[in-house]
Design a protein around this ligand. Structure first.
Ligand SMILES: C[S@@+](CC[C@H](N)C(=O)[O-])C[C@H]1O[C@@H](n2cnc3c(N)ncnc32)[C@H](O)[C@@H]1O
Length: 316
């Protein structure tokens, strides 16, 4: 198997302007994704070997050295396949976009923390578009996925071989007591109603180890044009309870835009957490990235492998 990816082998992000735009629309939640029958055999536990697309998936996965398994209900994959670009390009973009997200998370962590994370939670991981790449960019870390969809949890666990657990619609019902050096939450807060927004932030903050980070994304100013620039409330929050996924209750998962001020107020209410980084429009070209850190320091381990990884983990 191909170990590691030569960056020069990677197609440029701008090679196909349609796909990044489609990805932005998808992540903005404005594409009205339908579960379509593609005629492609997609199964969870065996390689996809039947159709032309199966070969394309295998090739793309090999290029990034990740699992080629794609769940039949992976809405990101379906959308990309049906946005009018050649299949190869769409499939390539699925894998490339997942790797880019993983690399961005690693680069941000590196800028703020002197040693690599040992434990990572990919919260709201879906069907593992990003999760499958995390062990590449965080070698040596234990990765856990978490989602509210049973099928996603099962797929990430059995199909991708990544430890996974089920979340809940209500933050206070999520009883998990473990801690993580890094909690990644991509494109969840961009869908939460005001009722649960700050409660989920508080809940996820509790999962961070001392010195650990929570990285999350939201729809902000750069996303607003995708939704026709709706007028935000005086508090800097806009939400529409619309159905985004056939298995998700629109009362808990719709479409959200919020200002940085809104997030800062939520963050300031969480004891022991501090906003240490904010990057407008960084994710998929429009979602804002926030990084909050729990007070304290990530301790170093005396284990030789941890020491070696720390030495290799040089901030840029
Ligand atoms: C837009 S997708 C993002 C998937 C993945 N993070 C990515 O960027 O590719 C949002 C995900 O949030 C999940 N989700 C929604 N409500 C959730 C909750 N309460 N707890 C955990 N995951 C949730 C959905 O099932 C869906 O997989």
């Amino acid at each position: 198997m191909n170990k590691g990816v030569n960056p020069q082998d990677k197609p440029s992000q701008s090679a196909n302007p349609v796909l990044p735009r489609a990805m932005r629309k998808l992540k903005a939640g404005i594409c009205g994704i339908k579960m379509v029958t593609t005629g492609i055999k997609m199964v969870t536990n065996e390689p996809l070997l039947r159709s032309n697309t199966a070969g394309v998936i295998e090739a793309a996965a090999r290029r990034f050295d990740v699992s080629p398994l794609v769940h039949a209900e992976d809405f990101i994959f379906h959308y990309l396949l049906n946005c009018g670009t050649p299949r190869e390009t769409a499939v390539q973009h699925y894998f490339e976009s997942g790797r880019t997200s993983a690399e961005q998370a690693a680069s941000i962590f590196k800028e703020h923390v002197a040693r690599p994370p040992r434990t990572i939670l990919d919260f709201a991981c879906g069907y593992g578009c990003v999760t499958r790449h995390l062990h590449h960019v965080f070698p040596g870390a234990t990765v856990t996925g978490c989602d509210v969809l049973d099928s996603a949890v099962e797929f990430v666990s059995r199909g991708l071989g990544v430890r996974a657990m089920r979340s809940s619609a209500i933050p206070e019902d999520f009883a998990y007591g473990g801690k993580f050096d890094l909690v990644i939450v991509l494109s969840l807060f961009s869908h939460l109603p005001e009722r649960t927004f700050s409660r989920w932030l508080r809940r996820l903050a509790r999962l961070a180890t001392p010195g650990g980070l929570v990285l999350f994304t939201t729809h902000g100013r750069k996303s607003a044009p995708h939704f026709g620039n709706p007028v935000l409330g005086a508090n800097g929050f806009w939400h529409e309870a619309r159905r985004e996924h056939h298995n998700l209750d629109p009362l808990y998962y719709g479409l959200t835009i919020n200002t940085r001020d809104y997030c800062e107020i939520c963050i300031n209410e969480i004891r022991g957490m501090q906003l240490i980084d904010y990057r407008e429009g960084l994710w998929w070209g429009h979602q804002d990235a926030y990084v909050i850190q729990r007070e304290g320091r990530l301790t170093s381990s005396m284990r030789p492998i941890s020491r070696l990884l720390t030495i290799l983990w040089r901030p840029r």
